[in-house]
Design a protein. Structure first.
Length: 458
């Protein structure tokens, strides 16, 4: 077995049948691993482990040695092993000096020294890890709990984007075990879709890409959601993504009246029959829109804003979505960055950033910016959330894990414009479940500070 790559990205290949406290011998005739031009005995690996290399913990992995994720529609067939490392590189993605000494599952040594001195990396030059998956409605898909929201990498409404950094972030997502990417034809006027198409060309791992259609309409009216326009939008996304069929397309936050027009959903059925899309769903602004949408039998998913500052979907919609086996995609999970805990009252945003120009809904629904919460009120609520964050985690990871505490949520899609952000986001899936006391404390903060501002609106 040959594994080449940077030393700091080493990952051991371990037999899943061993115990959790050692790395098993690779099943090679001479019990040796080839490292470039030299052969290294297994005893050297054992010494490296004894000297402080990460221990291993059981996780689900498929049999394929070249992929860490099952192909679409397939689940893992046997347990395998995954590394643990100190959480420093996860909680301090910016390369700071804070080190809380905590430990958490991660599976690769991102930012840590490879104490074996071996080049143990996937032959492609990337190391793909695993992540817990959840069933995506009735599609048969198993998608990563943490997905990738590709709005920000399009640049529009986010103060611009660096394509090189965006592509690196996408690769980091696949490396981290993310197999679900959410985009739209209007994100960067198609740039987001085109970057994902490039990612697909450069990676062999299977992943799902869901896009959206409708926001190219000008004016954005219910009448624009007709068969001809939807077909044109889908055709454009097919070109941008360089595929013959979209995995899933979502109506992109259309006017409420659209949900009361069966002919719109009949048009989507027509696109399925034509082989242009496999499935379809909706992205909504309001709970009422979500409840109406899932009355249509072929709606497979609903994307909705859900976070610690937007709790209303959990009251009725989640129950109904679970009953109908509709996937739930939690978007704006960090309230446009508020729940990262890095903003202050003096934070400045670029002129083209919606967090500057859309706080009152000047360009699109106000709820898309800071979840509709007044900025200063949000900052105050964040400070009340900080004491709830467990040791070894960041506020960002806590906010994402809070969302994953709801079984009805299929996947949560934070954005990420750098590999460090993506890796830190993905690590949230490895946090222990939040206890009932913590969940109640978040609810209490919401009820006191946030509910009067947003609960009745969305």
């Amino acid at each position: 077995l040959r594994f080449r790559g940077p030393l700091e990205r080493g990952v051991f290949v371990a037999d899943a049948r061993g115990d959790d406290d050692k790395i098993d011998r690779p099943e090679l005739p001479d019990q040796r691993i080839e490292d470039g031009d030299r052969s290294v005995g297994v005893a050297e690996i054992d010494r490296a482990v004894d000297d402080g290399a990460p221990r291993v913990a059981r996780q689900d992995l498929p049999r394929q040695g070249s992929q860490s994720l099952p192909p679409p529609g397939r689940q893992s067939e046997r347990p395998a092993l995954r590394c643990q490392l100190p959480r420093k590189s996860l909680t301090d993605p910016g390369g700071g000096t804070d080190d809380d000494g905590g430990w958490g599952c991660w599976g690769g040594w991102h930012g840590e020294k490879d104490t074996t001195g071996l080049n143990l990396l996937h032959p492609s030059g990337h190391t793909s890890l695993t992540m817990n998956t959840r069933t995506f409605g009735r599609t048969g898909w198993n998608v990563s709990e943490i997905g990738f929201g590709a709005w920000a990498i399009g640049g529009g409404q986010w103060g611009g984007a660096d394509e090189k950094a965006s592509l690196a972030a996408l690769h980091a997502a696949v490396d981290a075990g993310i197999n679900f990417f959410d985009t739209a034809d209007v994100y960067g006027d198609g740039l987001s879709e085109r970057l994902i198409a490039r990612l697909r060309r450069e990676r062999s791992e299977p992943f799902y890409v869901v896009s959206k259609a409708g926001r190219r309409l000008s004016p954005h009216t219910p009448d624009g959601y007709n068969a001809a326009n939807l077909t044109a939008f889908v055709d454009r996304s097919l070109t941008n993504l360089a595929v013959d069929c979209l995995d899933l397309v979502q109506l992109h936050c259309p006017p409420t009246e659209v949900y009361y027009r069966p002919e719109v959903f009949a048009a989507l059925d027509g696109l399925v029959k034509a082989g242009k899309i496999r499935f379809y769903g909706v992205s909504v602004e309001k709970v009422e829109e979500a409840l109406k949408a899932i009355e249509y039998p072929h709606v497979q998913s609903v994307q909705i804003i859900f976070n610690a500052f937007r709790l209303r979907p959990a009251e009725l919609f989640f129950e109904q979505a679970a009953r109908r086996k509709v996937a739930v995609i939690a978007r704006v999970p960090l309230a446009s960055g508020l729940l990262c805990g890095k903003f202050t009252s003096t934070s400045a945003f670029p002129e083209g950033d919606h967090r500057l120009f859309n706080r009152q809904g000047a360009m699109f629904d106000r709820g898309e910016t800071f979840s509709g919460v007044d900025y200063e009120t949000g900052l105050g609520a964040v400070e009340r959330l900080r004491p709830l964050v467990p040791d070894g985690a960041t506020l960002t990871q806590f906010a994402l894990q809070w969302i994953l505490s709801f079984d009805a949520v299929t996947t949560v899609i934070p954005g990420g414009r750098s590999p460090e952000q993506v890796r830190a986001n993905a690590a949230a899936a490895d946090l222990p479940p939040l206890d009932a006391r913590t969940m109640a404390a978040v609810q209490a903060i919401y009820d006191d500070a946030i509910r009067p501002l947003v609960h009745h609106r969305w």
